[in-house]
Design a protein around this ligand. Structure first.
Ligand code: NAI
Length: 334
């Protein structure tokens, strides 16, 4: 099958080529560096499938352009599908597939890396020591043991984070409309969001972005949290209101902030913009706080996760070529 692969970097090529070779080269993968948007969709003309990533914009005009170019499958290299207009895809006869799970551990471990780095100020200590500054002022942390970690969304990733935090000796609270039995086995307590926000020293977001969860953490939610709370978001940028975070940081309501995702990240992340002037004033303000640590959507980025993403993407493509249905179809909205 002809496949136009958008938003490609060298690491995507490496892992997709290996998976395609392992399967006997069933697909002709055409790699494009461009992001998939309504303007670039025509680059896929003639390709039966397109392969897209998290910051591609699969709105109705983009999907219409794909469909009229002969595309029948959108194979996402991500678990999240909040960037696809599923109703439009269904009405155009486009199938949408995703990679439902690749390595929840990759994201969970990165989440904990942010927690540990922020707590023990590793980002500051690293820079200080390289400058010959061995002073400890400003580097005071706290023991995780005995603290309360609140996990919002305890699916595959949230559960993995809960397990690690329980291993540190934290009391673990989770909020999830569909809690799984595994949570009890690790000693986590299911709680309403209100309780979780009020009692947690660390709040970590692992629920999907939906209309219900958009700006879940806003001014009101920050006001309900413990003063000086550590907030971590490796879910999706729009789960938090970035302007409210800045206010919370200025008053000390938020004591530490770790982000791997940002609402306006599609203009920034995955590119080297180091010789350009940063135009996003909200993002720029966040970078000025010493107690903020931001990574550019890299939580998924381990060799194991990349192999799994490539393998499942190949499965989706091959199944669609053989049966007209991908293995992991995203159902259109009811
Ligand atoms: P999952 O589907 O296994 O778990 C999501 C959980 O959230 C489910 O248990 C669901 O019941 C729960 N949930 C839904 N609505 C909720 C609400 N209003 N409040 C609390 N919980 C709610 O998904 P998984 O694999 O754990 O991924 C979670 C999210 O992590 C994804 O939706 C994606 O946005 C993000 N992600 C980020 C990555 C990164 O590199 N930073 C990589 C992969 C995923």
């Amino acid at each position: 099958m002809q496949v136009a692969v958008f938003s490609t970097k060298s690491y995507d090529r490496r892992f997709l080529d290996a998976a395609n070779a392992a399967a006997g080269q069933p697909h002709a993968l055409r790699y494009l560096e461009a992001r998939l948007t309504r303007d670039s969709a025509t680059l896929a003309a003639g390709a039966e499938a397109v392969c897209a990533f998290v910051n591609d914009e699969l709105d109705r005009p983009a999907l219409e352009a794909l469909a009229s170019g002969g595309t029948r499958l959108v194979a996402l290299r991500s678990a999240g599908f909040n960037h696809v207009d599923l109703a439009a895809a269904a009405s155009l006869g486009l199938a949408v597939a995703r990679v439902p799970a690749y390595s929840p551990h990759a994201v969970a471990e990165h989440t904990v890396a942010l927690i540990l780095s922020l707590n023990r100020k590793i980002h500051r200590a690293y820079a200080r020591v390289r400058e010959g500054n061995f002073a400890l002022e400003g580097l005071l942390g706290f023991d995780l043991r005995g603290r309360t970690a609140g996990i919002v969304g305890a699916g595959k990733i949230g559960l993995a984070v809960a397990r690690i935090m329980a291993g540190f000796g934290c009391r673990v609270l989770v909020h999830d409309p569909y809690p799984t039995p595994e949570l009890a086995a690790i000693g986590a307590t299911v709680a309403p969001l209100e309780t979780l926000l009020a009692e947690s020293d660390i709040v970590s977001l692992h629920c999907p972005l939906t209309p219900d969860t958009r700006h879940l953490i806003d001014h009101a939610a920050i006001a309900r949290m413990k003063h000086g709370v550590m907030l971590i978001n490796t879910g999706r940028g729009a789960l938090v209101d970035a302007r409210a975070l800045i206010e919370g940081l200025k008053t000390g309501a938020i004591g530490h902030l770790g982000l791997d995702v940002y609402e306006e990240e599609s203009d920034l992340f995955f590119e080297d913009l180091s010789d350009q002037i940063l135009q996003d004033d909200v993002f720029a303000r966040l970078l000025t706080f010493p107690n903020v640590l931001i990574t550019g959507h890299q939580a998924f980025f381990t060799a194991e996760a990349m192999q799994a993403i490539a393998h499942t993407t190949l499965e989706n493509l091959s199944s669609f070529a053989a049966t007209g249905r991908p293995v992991h179809a995203v159902a259109p909205p009811a």
